[in-house]
Design a protein around this ligand. Structure first.
Ligand code: PLP
Length: 369
């Protein structure tokens, strides 16, 4: 019988982590404190002040948001784009505009909680297919697609807790065959994958073939906010119907300016292109070291390196705590964020890690377990 367990969560200010090596941050390219972003924020603050004073639909709109949106649309090779306060706002707001009662959503079993919440809010029938199993998706479509007017397929491109990649070209084929829309969440691929850092859609040569692409500015772009790339027609509908856009004060315009600088840095500089390659190399180095020096296995093939310690959740928690006493910050991820029995240490590798810091992590991991 399942017992109800109360889970305590705790908070800890980053200052308390000073002097530690952080393997839990999503600041993959080290942009959060980059001089280019700091300078951009300083210039923008002088121009705009702090508050945006209202929703985009009331007093909050500024030319800076429109400029960001057209640059983001070009970055993603889409007709249009809309800026959101966060990835969470984007997913919970956009999905109920795409689908409603009488429609169906087919989502990968491991999509992010913000997508799940969006699906729930939409009132659409919700089908989950086994992680990255296109054959399971197709069998669900064969069984149920006919009963619904509209259907959407939802996936992440790089999965936040698995560190693996969605089979995007197959999903594009399936969505075409079954007359569905396809929405891809590129939170963990934007900035890191593709020739200009646009994400896995770009890397897979599928730019323009995915109906809706959501990307956050809060991970590799080192800032906050999100962009949704789509058609002009969908953008118009979102402006009129999307509740998380309409009923929330937009982020400060200074963040639009900062996000434009981050986009430009990521897509145009040689430093960014080098950092993308380096991050994947150092992630591979970590995987190789973990496999050859410990009894643990790893998942995925990206900058997110999940390390499986034990099926037992408490062992994983203990490992995280032991690493912490040695000054290494590694998050333990447990149910319900991941399926039962798959608790893991989630290491995120960034451009600021060196082979020496990776060696240190692997050594301590081997010692404390
Ligand atoms: C982080 C994340 C989000 C939410 O983005 P925020 O900007 O942090 O709200 C959405 N989807 C995925 C896959 C994420 O990892």
């Amino acid at each position: 019988m399942a017992t109800h367990r109360i889970r305590t969560r705790t908070l800890e200010p980053a200052e308390a982590r000073l002097g530690c090596i952080d393997f839990s941050s999503n600041d993959y390219l080290g942009l959060a404190n980059h001089p280019v972003l700091l300078q951009s924020a300083e210039n923008a603050i002088a121009r705009y002040g702090i508050g945006s004073t209202g929703s985009r639909l009331l007093s909050g709109d500024r030319a800076e948001f429109h400029q960001l949106e057209s640059e983001f649309a070009a970055f993603k090779a889409h007709e249009a784009a809309l800026f959101f306060n966060s990835g969470y706002h984007a997913n919970v707001g956009v999905i109920p505009v795409l689908a409603g009662p009488g429609d169906a959503v087919f989502a990968d079993r491991l999509v992010h909680a913000s997508m799940i919440d969006g699906i729930r809010l939409s009132g659409a029938r919700f089908f989950r297919y086994r992680h990255n199993e296109v054959s399971h998706l197709e069998s669900l479509l064969a069984q149920h697609r006919g009963a619904f007017q509209k259907a959407w397929i939802l996936t992440e491109s790089v999965f936040s807790m698995e560190g693996d990649r969605a089979p995007l070209s197959e999903l594009v084929r399936v969505k075409t065959n079954w007359d569905c829309g396809l929405m891809v969440d590129e939170a963990h691929a934007t900035g890191l994958m593709g020739a200009t850092g646009a994400g896995l859609v770009e890397a897979a040569g599928l730019s323009g073939q995915v109906d809706v692409v959501m990307s956050t500015f809060s991970k590799a772009l080192g800032s906050v906010g999100a962009g949704v790339a789509c058609s002009q027609a969908l953008k118009d509908r979102l402006i009129n119907q999307c509740r998380s856009l309409i009923y929330s004060t937009v982020l400060p315009p200074l963040l639009a300016a900062v996000n434009r600088s981050a986009l430009q840095w990521v897509s145009e500089t040689a430093d960014a292109a080098q950092a993308r390659i380096y991050v994947q190399e150092i992630a591979q180095y970590l995987r190789d070291q973990v496999r050859s020096h410990t009894a643990f296995s790893t998942l995925g093939s990206t900058q997110i390196v999940p390390i499986l310690i034990s099926k037992d959740e408490s062992e994983t928690m203990k490992a995280s705590a032991a690493l912490r006493t040695k000054g290494l910050i590694v998050s333990a991820i447990r149910p319900p964020t991941v399926p039962p029995g798959t608790s893991r240490l989630r290491v995120s590798v960034t451009a600021q890690h060196t082979p020496a810091t990776i060696d240190q992590l692997v050594q301590v991991l081997g010692e404390c377990l």
